[in-house]
Design a protein around this ligand. Sequence first.
Ligand code: AMP
Ligand code: MG
Length: 345
Amino acid sequence: METLVEIADFEDWRTAVDAAVKVLRAGEVVALPTETVYGLAADAFNEEAVAKIFEVKERPSFDPLIVHLGQKRDLKKVAAVPEELADLVKKLISEFWPGPLTLVLPKTDAVPDIVTSGLPTVAVRMSKHEVMRGAAKELGNPIAAPSANIFGRISPTSASAVMSELGGRIPLIVDGGACADGLESTIVAVGMDGGKPVLWMLRPGPVTREDLRKFARVAKPKSSGDQPEAPGRMEGHYAPRTPLLLFDKPEDFVPEEGKSYALLSLRGEEKDGYVGKHEWAVTEVMSPGSGKVSEVGVRLFHLLRKLDESGVDAIVAEPVGKARLGAAVMDRLQKAAAGSGSAGG
Ligand code: AMP
Ligand code: MG
């Protein structure tokens, strides 16, 4: 299959949105930009189209998809918000949508089981990117869209990254530029615990625990019992093919004789302990500015991809602080380290 690229006009998104909707109406899949990472989109109410997402991505059927809305009022099409949570959900939506916050809520019958992997809940958000949001609005149905990469691999944050992942497998990629956040959305399950609303943090992301705490208690679900889980979030996600090494402290890194290493540095500064530790074959800096973690988010997957292609034997990543967005960055680095060095998890 030939993969066409439609370059979006940043002043007028209509042509790109129309091209995407044409493919969606035909029951096909299309890669679309969002503010987090590129998504592989299908009409969420068309089971056969959704099945193509799983096929193209080689994604296991137990890993449910996020659905994207074109407008806030479409939430009721996919989610049946329990009365005791209605107030909290309303506040979260008004604060964070459109934006990178995914809510897990009880689903309606309209959402096919293939979308939610048979779960009684649905993960839903509304993207800030005009192309994803505009396409859902024009289509009139929500759009199911996981990241546009082969399952387990590094999420794509540019159209060219999608092309190297899925080129030849899908009919169209809409190029809407580099992703502004660069990390997948935050996922919280909205529920009740001890008679009070709670946000179960299923995946850290651009909307941080600190942001959410103003609205409700934020808790990490225990993997046992009746607390919600995020299927598919296994170790080994986001993995480069090259081994990725993550140490508690720079002294723990002991290079092997004859092997070449790349450094994924936070600021590229000697004082952080890694830069001068070894003669790195390649060094990439996640935050060349001031070590701002938002900059790390934008560049992380792009640089991982670049270093993966650099031909070194292993990549050493400097850890970042876990406050705010740092929690999401460390989550991705730890999972990537656990699954690296193979074809993916
Ligand atoms: P991706 O679309 O690749 O960013 O991944 C979507 C992730 O959302 C899945 O891997 C799950 O971890 C999570 N997810 C989707 N739907 C649900 C749900 N109904 N309950 C819990 N987690 C979900
Ligand atoms: Mg993914």
